[in-house]
Design a protein around this ligand. Structure first.
Ligand code: HEM
Length: 400
Protein backbone atom coordinates (compact mmCIF):
# COMPACT_ATOMS: atom_id res chain seq x y z
CA UNK A 1 0.00 0.00 0.00
CA UNK A 2 2.85 2.36 0.90
CA UNK A 3 4.22 1.99 -2.66
CA UNK A 4 1.01 3.29 -4.19
CA UNK A 5 0.77 6.20 -1.76
CA UNK A 6 4.33 7.28 -2.59
CA UNK A 7 4.13 6.59 -6.29
CA UNK A 8 0.96 8.63 -6.83
CA UNK A 9 1.54 11.07 -3.97
CA UNK A 10 -1.91 10.34 -2.50
CA UNK A 11 -2.85 13.19 -0.13
CA UNK A 12 -3.25 12.57 3.59
CA UNK A 13 -7.00 13.41 3.37
CA UNK A 14 -7.48 9.92 1.92
CA UNK A 15 -6.06 8.53 5.16
CA UNK A 16 -7.45 5.03 4.66
CA UNK A 17 -5.28 4.50 1.58
CA UNK A 18 -2.16 5.18 3.62
CA UNK A 19 -2.07 1.85 5.43
CA UNK A 20 -3.95 -0.28 7.95
CA UNK A 21 -5.93 1.89 10.39
CA UNK A 22 -5.11 1.77 14.06
CA UNK A 23 -7.92 2.38 16.51
CA UNK A 24 -11.45 1.12 16.97
CA UNK A 25 -14.07 0.38 14.28
CA UNK A 26 -16.40 2.93 15.96
CA UNK A 27 -14.92 6.16 17.33
CA UNK A 28 -16.05 9.59 18.54
CA UNK A 29 -14.04 12.55 17.22
CA UNK A 30 -14.14 15.33 19.79
CA UNK A 31 -12.56 17.79 17.33
CA UNK A 32 -15.47 17.59 14.87
CA UNK A 33 -18.23 16.45 17.26
CA UNK A 34 -19.01 13.49 15.00
CA UNK A 35 -18.91 9.73 15.25
CA UNK A 36 -16.98 7.68 12.69
CA UNK A 37 -17.73 4.07 11.80
CA UNK A 38 -14.91 2.33 9.94
CA UNK A 39 -15.54 -1.42 10.39
CA UNK A 40 -17.21 -3.64 7.79
CA UNK A 41 -19.61 -5.61 10.08
CA UNK A 42 -20.46 -2.43 12.00
CA UNK A 43 -21.32 -0.64 8.73
CA UNK A 44 -23.43 -3.53 7.52
CA UNK A 45 -25.42 -3.29 10.73
CA UNK A 46 -25.67 0.49 10.53
CA UNK A 47 -26.78 0.68 6.88
CA UNK A 48 -29.27 -2.12 7.48
CA UNK A 49 -31.03 -0.18 10.27
CA UNK A 50 -32.47 3.04 8.79
CA UNK A 51 -34.90 3.41 11.72
CA UNK A 52 -31.94 4.03 14.07
CA UNK A 53 -29.48 5.54 11.56
CA UNK A 54 -31.54 8.09 9.64
CA UNK A 55 -30.44 9.39 6.24
CA UNK A 56 -31.74 12.81 7.27
CA UNK A 57 -28.38 13.89 8.66
CA UNK A 58 -29.38 17.58 8.46
CA UNK A 59 -31.73 17.13 11.42
CA UNK A 60 -28.79 17.10 13.84
CA UNK A 61 -26.88 20.00 12.30
CA UNK A 62 -27.40 22.90 14.72
CA UNK A 63 -29.81 25.49 13.31
CA UNK A 64 -27.23 28.26 13.72
CA UNK A 65 -25.12 26.46 11.11
CA UNK A 66 -27.86 26.78 8.51
CA UNK A 67 -28.48 30.02 6.62
CA UNK A 68 -31.66 31.90 7.57
CA UNK A 69 -34.58 32.22 5.26
CA UNK A 70 -33.42 29.91 2.47
CA UNK A 71 -36.39 28.50 0.61
CA UNK A 72 -34.92 25.22 -0.47
CA UNK A 73 -37.18 22.19 -0.54
CA UNK A 74 -35.34 19.00 0.42
CA UNK A 75 -38.28 16.88 -0.71
CA UNK A 76 -37.27 14.27 -3.23
CA UNK A 77 -33.59 14.17 -2.26
CA UNK A 78 -33.92 10.43 -2.20
CA UNK A 79 -30.58 9.93 -0.47
CA UNK A 80 -31.77 11.97 2.54
CA UNK A 81 -35.20 10.56 3.29
CA UNK A 82 -36.29 7.66 5.48
CA UNK A 83 -39.06 5.06 5.36
CA UNK A 84 -41.93 5.09 4.70
CA UNK A 85 -41.54 8.14 2.32
CA UNK A 86 -38.32 6.71 0.91
CA UNK A 87 -39.97 3.47 -0.26
CA UNK A 88 -42.72 5.38 -2.08
CA UNK A 89 -40.31 7.69 -3.86
CA UNK A 90 -37.92 4.84 -4.73
CA UNK A 91 -40.77 2.88 -6.31
CA UNK A 92 -41.83 5.88 -8.38
CA UNK A 93 -38.39 6.76 -9.68
CA UNK A 94 -37.49 3.09 -10.26
CA UNK A 95 -40.51 2.81 -12.55
CA UNK A 96 -38.86 5.44 -14.80
CA UNK A 97 -35.16 4.60 -14.32
CA UNK A 98 -35.32 0.89 -15.17
CA UNK A 99 -32.66 -1.70 -16.00
CA UNK A 100 -33.91 -1.73 -19.60
CA UNK A 101 -33.52 2.06 -19.90
CA UNK A 102 -29.89 1.59 -18.80
CA UNK A 103 -29.12 -1.53 -20.87
CA UNK A 104 -30.35 0.22 -24.04
CA UNK A 105 -27.60 2.83 -23.57
CA UNK A 106 -24.72 0.43 -24.31
CA UNK A 107 -24.25 1.28 -28.03
CA UNK A 108 -24.40 5.02 -27.31
CA UNK A 109 -21.82 4.71 -24.50
CA UNK A 110 -19.49 2.80 -26.86
CA UNK A 111 -19.94 5.35 -29.68
CA UNK A 112 -19.30 8.28 -27.31
CA UNK A 113 -16.18 6.64 -25.88
CA UNK A 114 -14.76 6.21 -29.38
CA UNK A 115 -15.64 9.82 -30.32
CA UNK A 116 -13.93 11.18 -27.21
CA UNK A 117 -10.83 9.02 -27.81
CA UNK A 118 -10.70 10.07 -31.49
CA UNK A 119 -10.68 13.71 -30.38
CA UNK A 120 -7.84 13.00 -27.93
CA UNK A 121 -5.93 11.13 -30.66
CA UNK A 122 -6.14 14.18 -32.90
CA UNK A 123 -4.70 16.34 -30.15
CA UNK A 124 -1.97 13.76 -29.56
CA UNK A 125 -2.35 14.01 -25.76
CA UNK A 126 -4.68 12.11 -23.48
CA UNK A 127 -5.60 13.36 -20.02
CA UNK A 128 -8.03 10.72 -18.83
CA UNK A 129 -10.32 12.89 -16.68
CA UNK A 130 -10.83 15.86 -19.03
CA UNK A 131 -10.81 13.83 -22.22
CA UNK A 132 -12.95 10.82 -21.20
CA UNK A 133 -13.79 10.09 -17.56
CA UNK A 134 -15.61 13.38 -16.96
CA UNK A 135 -17.40 14.04 -20.29
CA UNK A 136 -18.54 10.46 -20.92
CA UNK A 137 -20.83 9.98 -17.88
CA UNK A 138 -22.02 13.61 -17.99
CA UNK A 139 -23.07 13.39 -21.63
CA UNK A 140 -24.76 10.02 -20.95
CA UNK A 141 -26.77 11.28 -17.96
CA UNK A 142 -27.64 14.59 -19.68
CA UNK A 143 -28.90 12.78 -22.80
CA UNK A 144 -30.81 10.31 -20.64
CA UNK A 145 -32.50 13.07 -18.64
CA UNK A 146 -33.09 15.13 -21.76
CA UNK A 147 -31.11 18.27 -20.86
CA UNK A 148 -28.60 19.67 -23.38
CA UNK A 149 -25.23 17.99 -22.88
CA UNK A 150 -23.71 21.20 -24.31
CA UNK A 151 -24.56 22.79 -20.93
CA UNK A 152 -22.02 20.52 -19.26
CA UNK A 153 -19.63 23.34 -18.37
CA UNK A 154 -22.47 24.62 -16.20
CA UNK A 155 -22.99 21.20 -14.57
CA UNK A 156 -19.28 21.00 -13.83
CA UNK A 157 -19.30 24.45 -12.27
CA UNK A 158 -22.15 23.40 -9.94
CA UNK A 159 -20.63 20.05 -9.13
CA UNK A 160 -17.22 21.57 -8.36
CA UNK A 161 -18.81 24.21 -6.13
CA UNK A 162 -20.65 21.48 -4.22
CA UNK A 163 -18.02 18.81 -3.91
CA UNK A 164 -14.53 20.15 -4.37
CA UNK A 165 -14.15 21.48 -0.86
CA UNK A 166 -11.12 20.57 1.08
CA UNK A 167 -12.63 21.68 4.38
CA UNK A 168 -13.69 18.94 6.75
CA UNK A 169 -17.26 18.84 8.01
CA UNK A 170 -17.30 19.88 11.64
CA UNK A 171 -20.04 20.52 14.16
CA UNK A 172 -17.71 22.44 16.42
CA UNK A 173 -16.50 25.21 14.11
CA UNK A 174 -17.42 28.84 14.86
CA UNK A 175 -20.90 29.37 13.46
CA UNK A 176 -20.15 32.62 11.54
CA UNK A 177 -17.70 30.98 9.12
CA UNK A 178 -19.88 27.96 8.92
CA UNK A 179 -22.94 29.98 7.97
CA UNK A 180 -21.10 31.74 5.13
CA UNK A 181 -19.83 28.38 3.94
CA UNK A 182 -23.27 26.77 3.99
CA UNK A 183 -24.76 29.79 2.22
CA UNK A 184 -22.13 29.49 -0.53
CA UNK A 185 -22.92 25.77 -0.80
CA UNK A 186 -26.64 26.53 -1.26
CA UNK A 187 -26.08 28.77 -4.29
CA UNK A 188 -25.35 25.99 -6.80
CA UNK A 189 -28.34 24.00 -5.44
CA UNK A 190 -30.62 26.94 -6.09
CA UNK A 191 -29.21 27.44 -9.60
CA UNK A 192 -29.56 23.75 -10.45
CA UNK A 193 -33.13 23.74 -9.11
CA UNK A 194 -34.08 26.67 -11.33
CA UNK A 195 -32.46 25.11 -14.40
CA UNK A 196 -34.11 21.69 -13.97
CA UNK A 197 -37.48 23.16 -12.93
CA UNK A 198 -37.65 25.00 -16.27
CA UNK A 199 -36.93 21.75 -18.16
CA UNK A 200 -39.43 19.72 -16.08
CA UNK A 201 -42.17 22.33 -16.58
CA UNK A 202 -41.60 22.18 -20.32
CA UNK A 203 -41.99 18.36 -20.31
CA UNK A 204 -45.40 18.66 -18.65
CA UNK A 205 -46.67 20.61 -21.64
CA UNK A 206 -44.48 19.04 -24.33
CA UNK A 207 -43.54 15.45 -23.44
CA UNK A 208 -40.45 13.93 -25.09
CA UNK A 209 -38.77 10.54 -25.15
CA UNK A 210 -36.53 11.22 -22.15
CA UNK A 211 -36.19 10.39 -18.47
CA UNK A 212 -37.43 13.81 -17.30
CA UNK A 213 -40.71 13.16 -19.13
CA UNK A 214 -40.87 9.66 -17.62
CA UNK A 215 -40.34 11.14 -14.14
CA UNK A 216 -43.02 13.79 -14.71
CA UNK A 217 -45.45 11.08 -15.87
CA UNK A 218 -44.42 8.30 -13.41
CA UNK A 219 -47.37 7.03 -11.41
CA UNK A 220 -47.55 4.44 -8.62
CA UNK A 221 -50.84 3.65 -6.87
CA UNK A 222 -52.46 6.66 -8.54
CA UNK A 223 -49.81 9.06 -7.20
CA UNK A 224 -47.46 11.22 -9.25
CA UNK A 225 -44.29 13.06 -8.23
CA UNK A 226 -44.84 16.72 -7.36
CA UNK A 227 -42.69 19.22 -9.32
CA UNK A 228 -40.17 19.89 -6.54
CA UNK A 229 -39.55 16.16 -6.14
CA UNK A 230 -39.01 15.65 -9.88
CA UNK A 231 -36.48 18.50 -9.82
CA UNK A 232 -34.68 17.23 -6.73
CA UNK A 233 -34.46 13.70 -8.08
CA UNK A 234 -33.09 15.05 -11.37
CA UNK A 235 -30.45 16.97 -9.37
CA UNK A 236 -29.44 13.75 -7.59
CA UNK A 237 -29.14 11.97 -10.95
CA UNK A 238 -27.20 14.76 -12.59
CA UNK A 239 -24.69 14.90 -9.74
CA UNK A 240 -24.55 11.22 -8.79
CA UNK A 241 -24.63 10.35 -12.47
CA UNK A 242 -21.28 11.79 -13.26
CA UNK A 243 -18.95 12.56 -10.39
CA UNK A 244 -18.84 9.04 -9.05
CA UNK A 245 -18.47 7.37 -12.43
CA UNK A 246 -15.70 9.80 -13.34
CA UNK A 247 -13.90 8.62 -10.20
CA UNK A 248 -14.58 4.96 -11.04
CA UNK A 249 -13.02 5.25 -14.51
CA UNK A 250 -9.94 7.12 -13.27
CA UNK A 251 -9.46 4.78 -10.32
CA UNK A 252 -9.74 1.66 -12.47
CA UNK A 253 -7.09 2.90 -14.88
CA UNK A 254 -4.88 3.74 -11.90
CA UNK A 255 -5.31 0.21 -10.49
CA UNK A 256 -4.25 -1.33 -13.81
CA UNK A 257 -1.27 1.05 -13.97
CA UNK A 258 -0.22 0.16 -10.43
CA UNK A 259 -0.70 -3.58 -10.95
CA UNK A 260 0.56 -4.30 -14.51
CA UNK A 261 0.26 -8.06 -14.01
CA UNK A 262 -3.49 -7.56 -13.55
CA UNK A 263 -3.58 -5.50 -16.73
CA UNK A 264 -1.94 -8.40 -18.61
CA UNK A 265 -4.49 -10.81 -17.15
CA UNK A 266 -7.53 -8.74 -18.11
CA UNK A 267 -6.13 -8.19 -21.61
CA UNK A 268 -5.77 -11.95 -22.00
CA UNK A 269 -9.31 -12.63 -20.73
CA UNK A 270 -11.82 -9.83 -21.23
CA UNK A 271 -14.51 -11.77 -19.38
CA UNK A 272 -12.74 -10.57 -16.20
CA UNK A 273 -13.43 -6.86 -16.93
CA UNK A 274 -16.50 -6.79 -14.58
CA UNK A 275 -14.41 -8.33 -11.77
CA UNK A 276 -11.72 -5.68 -12.32
CA UNK A 277 -14.38 -2.96 -12.02
CA UNK A 278 -15.73 -4.48 -8.76
CA UNK A 279 -12.25 -4.74 -7.25
CA UNK A 280 -11.49 -1.16 -8.28
CA UNK A 281 -14.68 -0.07 -6.44
CA UNK A 282 -13.42 -1.86 -3.31
CA UNK A 283 -9.78 -0.79 -3.62
CA UNK A 284 -10.33 2.92 -4.38
CA UNK A 285 -13.92 3.39 -3.11
CA UNK A 286 -15.16 6.57 -4.86
CA UNK A 287 -17.71 7.80 -2.30
CA UNK A 288 -15.68 6.93 0.75
CA UNK A 289 -18.14 8.18 3.40
CA UNK A 290 -21.89 8.72 3.91
CA UNK A 291 -23.65 10.69 6.65
CA UNK A 292 -26.36 9.41 8.98
CA UNK A 293 -27.94 10.65 12.23
CA UNK A 294 -29.03 8.55 15.20
CA UNK A 295 -32.74 8.76 16.00
CA UNK A 296 -32.18 6.93 19.31
CA UNK A 297 -29.34 5.54 21.38
CA UNK A 298 -27.56 2.75 19.49
CA UNK A 299 -24.87 0.20 20.24
CA UNK A 300 -22.48 -0.54 17.41
CA UNK A 301 -19.39 -2.74 17.75
CA UNK A 302 -19.85 -2.63 21.53
CA UNK A 303 -19.81 1.20 21.57
CA UNK A 304 -22.86 3.20 22.67
CA UNK A 305 -23.77 6.17 20.47
CA UNK A 306 -26.32 8.56 22.00
CA UNK A 307 -29.44 9.75 20.12
CA UNK A 308 -29.25 12.74 17.72
CA UNK A 309 -25.61 12.34 16.77
CA UNK A 310 -24.01 12.80 13.35
CA UNK A 311 -22.42 9.52 12.33
CA UNK A 312 -20.16 9.08 9.29
CA UNK A 313 -20.30 5.69 7.60
CA UNK A 314 -16.80 5.19 6.14
CA UNK A 315 -17.25 2.86 3.15
CA UNK A 316 -13.63 3.16 1.99
CA UNK A 317 -12.02 1.95 5.23
CA UNK A 318 -14.72 -0.76 5.62
CA UNK A 319 -13.82 -2.02 2.15
CA UNK A 320 -10.30 -2.54 3.50
CA UNK A 321 -11.34 -4.20 6.75
CA UNK A 322 -9.10 -7.29 7.06
CA UNK A 323 -11.90 -9.08 8.98
CA UNK A 324 -13.82 -9.16 5.70
CA UNK A 325 -11.16 -8.84 2.96
CA UNK A 326 -7.90 -10.78 3.43
CA UNK A 327 -4.85 -8.74 2.28
CA UNK A 328 -7.03 -5.68 1.70
CA UNK A 329 -4.15 -3.61 0.30
CA UNK A 330 -3.73 -6.03 -2.61
CA UNK A 331 -5.68 -5.34 -5.81
CA UNK A 332 -7.06 -8.79 -6.51
CA UNK A 333 -9.95 -9.11 -9.02
CA UNK A 334 -10.19 -12.84 -8.16
CA UNK A 335 -12.08 -12.03 -4.94
CA UNK A 336 -15.29 -13.98 -5.38
CA UNK A 337 -17.63 -12.96 -3.95
CA UNK A 338 -16.52 -9.34 -3.58
CA UNK A 339 -19.16 -7.91 -1.22
CA UNK A 340 -17.75 -4.37 -1.19
CA UNK A 341 -19.88 -1.50 0.08
CA UNK A 342 -18.98 1.04 -2.63
CA UNK A 343 -22.63 1.32 -3.74
CA UNK A 344 -23.89 1.35 -0.15
CA UNK A 345 -26.10 -1.30 1.40
CA UNK A 346 -29.76 -1.65 2.31
CA UNK A 347 -32.69 0.48 1.21
CA UNK A 348 -30.53 3.28 -0.25
CA UNK A 349 -28.37 0.91 -2.35
CA UNK A 350 -27.22 2.90 -5.39
CA UNK A 351 -29.95 3.13 -8.02
CA UNK A 352 -27.36 3.98 -10.65
CA UNK A 353 -25.11 0.95 -10.01
CA UNK A 354 -26.15 -0.80 -13.27
CA UNK A 355 -25.35 2.37 -15.25
CA UNK A 356 -22.00 2.92 -13.51
CA UNK A 357 -21.03 -0.73 -14.06
CA UNK A 358 -22.06 -0.56 -17.73
CA UNK A 359 -20.09 2.65 -18.35
CA UNK A 360 -17.09 1.17 -16.55
CA UNK A 361 -17.19 -2.07 -18.53
CA UNK A 362 -17.69 -0.44 -21.96
CA UNK A 363 -15.08 2.29 -21.43
CA UNK A 364 -12.46 -0.08 -20.00
CA UNK A 365 -12.85 -2.53 -22.88
CA UNK A 366 -12.38 0.26 -25.42
CA UNK A 367 -9.41 1.71 -23.55
CA UNK A 368 -7.76 -1.72 -23.53
CA UNK A 369 -8.48 -2.08 -27.27
CA UNK A 370 -7.03 1.28 -28.18
CA UNK A 371 -4.16 1.74 -25.70
CA UNK A 372 -1.60 -0.99 -25.21
CA UNK A 373 -0.17 -0.61 -22.66
CA UNK A 374 -2.56 1.53 -20.60
CA UNK A 375 0.02 3.52 -18.60
CA UNK A 376 0.20 6.81 -16.74
CA UNK A 377 2.77 9.24 -18.11
CA UNK A 378 5.64 9.09 -15.56
CA UNK A 379 6.55 12.73 -16.31
CA UNK A 380 3.13 14.09 -15.33
CA UNK A 381 2.06 13.68 -11.70
CA UNK A 382 -1.32 12.11 -10.96
CA UNK A 383 -3.54 14.53 -9.02
CA UNK A 384 -6.14 13.36 -6.50
CA UNK A 385 -9.33 15.18 -5.51
CA UNK A 386 -8.75 17.08 -2.25
CA UNK A 387 -12.12 16.16 -0.70
CA UNK A 388 -11.69 13.55 2.05
CA UNK A 389 -14.95 11.76 1.29
CA UNK A 390 -14.37 11.54 -2.47
CA UNK A 391 -11.58 9.30 -3.60
CA UNK A 392 -10.67 9.80 -7.20
CA UNK A 393 -8.17 11.37 -9.55
CA UNK A 394 -8.78 14.78 -11.08
CA UNK A 395 -5.80 14.63 -13.45
CA UNK A 396 -4.21 11.57 -14.96
CA UNK A 397 -2.08 11.90 -18.08
CA UNK A 398 -1.81 8.69 -20.06
CA UNK A 399 0.90 7.62 -22.48
CA UNK A 400 -0.66 7.81 -25.93
C1 HEM B 1 -27.06 6.04 -3.94
C2 HEM B 1 -22.36 5.27 -4.86
C3 HEM B 1 -23.15 5.96 -9.59
C4 HEM B 1 -27.64 7.35 -8.57
C5 HEM B 1 -25.72 5.73 -3.79
C6 HEM B 1 -25.09 5.34 -2.55
C7 HEM B 1 -23.78 5.15 -2.81
C8 HEM B 1 -23.57 5.40 -4.21
C9 HEM B 1 -22.70 4.78 -1.82
C10 HEM B 1 -25.80 5.16 -1.20
C11 HEM B 1 -26.06 6.48 -0.52
C12 HEM B 1 -26.59 6.31 0.89
O1 HEM B 1 -26.83 5.19 1.36
O2 HEM B 1 -26.71 7.34 1.57
C13 HEM B 1 -22.19 5.36 -6.22
C14 HEM B 1 -20.94 5.06 -6.91
C15 HEM B 1 -21.18 5.24 -8.24
C16 HEM B 1 -22.55 5.67 -8.39
C17 HEM B 1 -19.66 4.62 -6.23
C18 HEM B 1 -20.26 5.06 -9.42
C19 HEM B 1 -19.17 4.37 -9.40
C20 HEM B 1 -24.43 6.41 -9.73
C21 HEM B 1 -25.06 6.75 -10.99
C22 HEM B 1 -26.32 7.17 -10.68
C23 HEM B 1 -26.48 7.05 -9.25
C24 HEM B 1 -24.39 6.61 -12.35
C25 HEM B 1 -27.42 7.65 -11.57
C26 HEM B 1 -27.35 7.98 -12.79
C27 HEM B 1 -27.86 7.10 -7.24
C28 HEM B 1 -29.12 7.36 -6.56
C29 HEM B 1 -28.95 6.97 -5.23
C30 HEM B 1 -27.58 6.49 -5.11
C31 HEM B 1 -30.37 7.92 -7.19
C32 HEM B 1 -29.97 7.08 -4.10
C33 HEM B 1 -30.69 5.78 -3.85
C34 HEM B 1 -31.60 5.87 -2.63
O3 HEM B 1 -31.39 6.72 -1.76
O4 HEM B 1 -32.54 5.06 -2.55
N1 HEM B 1 -24.77 5.74 -4.80
N2 HEM B 1 -23.12 5.74 -7.14
N3 HEM B 1 -25.34 6.60 -8.71
N4 HEM B 1 -26.96 6.58 -6.34
FE1 HEM B 1 -25.09 6.07 -6.77
Amino acid sequence: MADIVERYDIPQQHFWLHGPRSGQPVEFDAATGMWNVYGYPELQEMLGDPATFSSDAMRVIPKNMMPDGEELSMKGFITQIDPPEHGKLRKLVSSAFTRKVVADLEPRIAALTHELLDAAAERGRFELVTDLAYPLPVIVIAELLGVPSSDRALFKQWADALFERDSKISLTEPSEDREAEVRAAMKPWMEMSGYLAAHAAERRTRPRADLLTKLVEAEVDGERLPDDQVVNFAIVLLLAGHITTTMLLGNTVLCLDAFPEQQDRVRADRSTVPAVIEESLRFFTPFSALARSTTREATLGGVTIPADQLVMAWLGPANRDPRQFPDPGVFNPDRDPNPHLAFGRGIHFCLGAPLARLEGRVALNILLDRLDPLRTNPDEPVEFLPTPTMTGVRRLQLLW
